[in-house]
Design a protein around this ligand. Structure first.
Ligand SMILES: *Cc1c(COP(=O)(O)O)cnc(C)c1O
Length: 431
């Protein structure tokens, strides 16, 4: 598959090059040149297929012949080694739980797929240079990336996180792995970490010494595998007669945009709903027609504290930059922290279902949409509530038992390198 830059001022590239580069040289996001519908027979028989086969059919055209079928299937088998349960709360409302992976965040699938693709390309390349994946994290991304890349040969992972600003569990997920993972604890806030990463990418002194790449959701290998969730949910709910709609708690809009790719491939999805916290850039846009990015504000659903959603441009491309077409396919709602807490309590009291703050926003948005529309609704539960214990209502927090993935790391020793400025980071990386 050929990819082009959405800024339309850079050479077209292969899948491999798009994965290794992350961002095009004109700073545009890569986008596939063609999107071909899957055959009807695939959807007609999907309930007879296992997750790996479904995922393979969904992604094969985007990888092309750059990874042979058997290797790609091996990668997918490894990536998808856990469940994606659909939990029906009511007749027309279900939760799709995406948090059963190793770090209990939905980002596990994308991070693991990207890591294995880079590892594969590295092995094919004899005189390769090791790749350094550099990521800034406010919590969830770093853990998923670190875990996804753990032990992948030829790839070193460097994670920057703001000291004292991530939860204890998240910090353990970043700092206890060892091997090819190094954590830098930055004396500052998330924006300082992000700034250092950006400076490193532009720094000529790394040329010839380290090949730096990013692992955030702009990378096609992290973005595209998120399509799988929508296929899995469709398989589970295919027997329902109502139209299928998905409500997605959104920050950078990678996940929901992957759902729209699945729709382009022919998956019968009637409509998308985006739920946000106070960072309501897209819901505002859908209301006013005026796209205004802002500085982000802090909320209890902090993985969605994004004021300039990086993947939104891909959504616009999928709708041919036509505002009316977009509005027909996407509705948006935003919620305050107190509404989010109320929803967590309501879900617990009514269904005995424990949602995290992000999933609770997905639920609220779905409920609002279903007030005026008839559909079979699915909201995405994007993280396990254990990762957001400090902001969960106390009575609910107390009843959450610690999952085994978390139990094993909680007693391990934290190892991080404390830094306070870019020069210190650079010195460490050039050692
Ligand atoms: C990253 C994240 C989101 C937002 O996903 P996007 O693809 O950036 O829109 C939502 N919930 C959780 C728990 C996340 O970690």
């Amino acid at each position: 598959m050929i990819y082009f830059s959405l800024n339309r001022n850079a050479p077209e590239v292969s899948f491999q090059e798009a994965v290794v580069r992350g961002l095009a040289p004109d700073k545009g996001l890569y986008f596939p040149k063609e999107i071909n519908k899957l055959p009807d027979a695939f959807f007609e028989t999907i309930e007879t297929l296992d997750n790996v086969t479904i995922a393979y059919e969904a992604i094969r055209q985007f990888v092309g012949d750059e990874i042979p079928e058997s290797d790609l299937k091996t990668i997918l088998k490894d990536v998808l080694s856990f469940d994606f349960p659909v939990i029906e709360l009511e007749k027309n409302m279900a939760s799709l739980e995406l948090y059963h992976g190793p770090t209990m965040a939905f980002k596990d699938v994308g991070a693991r797929f990207m890591a294995r693709c880079l590892g594969y390309f590295n092995k094919q390349n004899d005189n390769h240079q090791d790749i350094t994946v550099l990521v800034a994290t406010s919590g969830d991304t770093g853990g998923a990336v670190a875990n996804g890349f753990l032990g992948v040969e030829g790839v070193e992972v460097v994670i920057l996180y703001p000291s004292g600003k991530v939860s204890e569990i998240q910090e353990k997920q970043l700092t206890t792995l060892g091997q090819n993972i190094t954590a830098f604890e930055v004396d500052g806030v998330f924006d300082d970490c992000q700034e250092m990463v950006k400076r490193a990418f532009l720094d000529e002194d790394f040329k010839g010494k380290r090949t730096l790449t990013s692992a955030n959701s702009i990378n096609i290998a992290r973005w595209l595998p998120q399509m799988f969730y929508y296929f899995f949910a469709y398989k589970a709910l295919k027997h329902k007669t109502e139209q299928l709609v998905f409500s997605v708690p959104s920050g950078n809009y990678g996940n929901i945009c992957a759902g729209m790719m699945a729709q382009k491939l022919g998956l019968p999805i009637d409509h998308f709903i985006t739920g946000t916290n106070a960072n309501a850039i897209v819901p505002e846009y859908l209301k006013t027609g005026d796209y205004k990015t802002k500085s982000s504000v802090a909320t209890i659903s902090n993985a969605m504290d994004v004021g300039a959603p990086s993947n939104f441009i891909r959504i616009e491309e999928l709708h041919h930059h036509d505002f009316e077409a977009l509005k027909n396919n996407l509705s948006g709602y935003s919620y305050s922290d107190s509404e989010t807490i109320e929803a967590i309590n309501y879900l617990n009291d009514t269904y005995n279902y424990v949602a995290d703050p992000h999933g609770a926003i997905g639920y609220l948005a779905l409920k609002d949409y279903l007030k005026t529309n008839k559909a079979q609704g699915v909201f995405l539960e994007t993280a396990h509530p254990i990762k957001f214990l400090p902001v969960m209502p106390k009575a609910i927090a107390d009843k959450i038992s610690i999952p085994s993935q978390i139990e094993v790391i909680i007693h391990l020793e934290k190892k991080s390198i404390l830094i306070s400025n870019y020069e210190q980071l650079k010195e460490q990386l050039l050692k």
